[in-house]
Design a protein around this ligand. Structure first.
Ligand code: FES
Ligand code: FE
Length: 439
């Protein structure tokens, strides 16, 4: 029996020991066995619109620079001067062909080469001028850029496994390429990072935690339709990735009301997409998806905009969160405005949803101080039923199984995937014609 996760198929029961949320030793093992051996999201290519654009990010504790070099190639550098370590870029974003270290003045171009060293006569003739360091691997899928610190990791498409289907459903919503809008939400939560991965596809908490939001929707629509649970399914995508996916009916229930103008724009845009992608795929695009790519990337597409969320563990009881809005650039201004409004007022750190979630997570973390009296958290919902929908916890168990395999070095008993309803099973890959066009 594992000290971290207890599975009993008879009851059935799946529970997680709360010490994995608080123990610094577990946190250190996660850093080493998960974060040093996964593909980790750093940013989207469209955040670097022009050559020499850059953003700085912390990924698994490492300060990194994501840059488009002078020739347009996407690069990732360690944000540390090879001389004695001062941070090269201290801005969150900018445009610079050269980066000059403020400590002793060494300069580098954005292809990573050192281009000048003040008073370099002070170095011997054989001195090797060091360039910038880089993570072992950099990869990109549909504009989503990932890094890995493991030189032997599988390639990114293999790692993403079934999650590619859902990144495609998001990315195909534009014919010219989905684009991240300028502006980042940044906030921190005094809770273990795993609590937010769970929460990001936890449909069960909606009615209780987000009561005020549902009241607002009720006021706008006349009634709150929470029948989404029966229109959704949790899907194991392999590799610890999972999605809680809904039909368009679930989106209509969950989404913020659109103005008539925006509804019209959206309908027209989707009609155009049908010509490239065919009806079955575009119908699927119209559904909802809360996707978690193991370990810490969240993509949520609830009809009113696509949210990209990256969770950065800092200590066992503290995480930093960044979020961006991904849009089809060809949509009209009105729909963009409403998407941005939704991004700020629903998902934002002071919006309708996030503060409620943060409060829930922080109280969980505080209560884990009593873990000797109450050591286990329960994640068994839906184990007994063949339909593991939005109100179940199958998606979280999928994640935890991968976590356990990496951290404890041992596989837990599998749990079968529920058969996919026709809507989700009908077409599982983007059409070949579209594949040829999009790189
Ligand atoms: Fe950067 Fe010395 S630490 S130039
Ligand atoms: Fe929530």
């Amino acid at each position: 029996m594992s000290e971290y996760i207890e599975v009993d198929q008879e009851i059935p029961r799946f529970r997680v020991n709360r010490k994995v949320m608080t123990d610094p030793a577990v946190f250190a093992v996660e850093r080493e066995r998960i974060f040093d051996h996964s593909w980790l999201y750093i940013g989207h290519e469209t955040e670097l619109a022009k050559p020499n654009d850059y953003v700085t990010r912390t990924v698994a504790g490492r300060p990194l620079i994501l840059a488009r070099d002078a020739k347009g190639k996407v690069r990732v550098w360690v944000n540390s001067c090879p001389h004695r370590g001062a941070m090269l870029c201290r801005e969150p974003k900018g445009n610079a062909r050269f980066m000059t270290c403020f400590y002793h003045g060494w300069s580098f171009n954005n292809s990573g080469e050192v281009v000048s060293i003040p008073d370099d006569a002070g170095y011997g003739a054989g001195f090797e001028r060091p360039g910038l360091a880089a993570p072992a691997k950099v990869g990109s899928y549909r504009g989503f850029v990932f890094v890995s610190f493991d030189p032997d990791i599988v390639d990114l498409p293999t790692y993403l496994a079934g999650a590619k289907e859902y990144l495609d459903l998001v990315s195909d919503q534009s014919e010219v390429g989905m684009r991240v809008l300028p502006g980042t939400h940044e906030y921190s939560v005094k809770a273990n990072w795993k609590l937010l991965t769970e929460n990001s596809y936890d449909g069960y908490h909606l009615v209780s935690t987000h009561q005020r939001y549902l009241e607002m929707i009720t006021a706008a629509h006349g009634k709150a339709d929470i029948s989404f649970a029966s229109n959704s399914i949790a899907v194991n995508l392999g590799g610890g990735h999972a999605v809680m996916a809904g039909t368009p009916a679930s989106g209509a229930a969950l989404g913020r009301p659109l103005s008539e103008e925006a509804k019209h724009e959206k309908a027209e845009h989707f009609e155009r997409l049908r010509q490239t992608h065919g009806d079955a795929w575009v119908d699927r695009m119209g559904g909802t998806r809360n996707l978690v790519i193991f370990p810490n990337l969240v993509v949520i597409d609830l009809v009113m905009g696509v949210l990209i969320r990256r969770i950065e563990p800092v200590t066992p009881d503290y995480m930093e969160v960044s979020a961006w809005q991904l849009v089809p650039p060809e949509e009209g201004e009105e729909l963009h405005r409403q998407r941005l409004d939704n991004f700020l007022t629903f998902w934002g750190p002071g919006g309708l949803a996030s503060p409620d979630d943060v409060e829930a997570l922080e109280t969980c973390q505080r209560s884990y101080a009593a873990q000797r009296e109450l050591p286990w958290s329960d994640i068994s919902r839906g184990m007994h039923t063949p339909h593991k929908g939005m109100n179940g916890e199958y998606q979280m168990r999928t994640w935890w199984r991968r976590w356990h395999e990496l951290v404890a070095g041992e596989a837990l008993p599998e749990e079968p995937q529920a058969p996919l309803p026709d809507f989700f099973a009908g077409q599982r890959q983007r059409p070949a014609s579209a594949t040829a066009e999009a790189k």
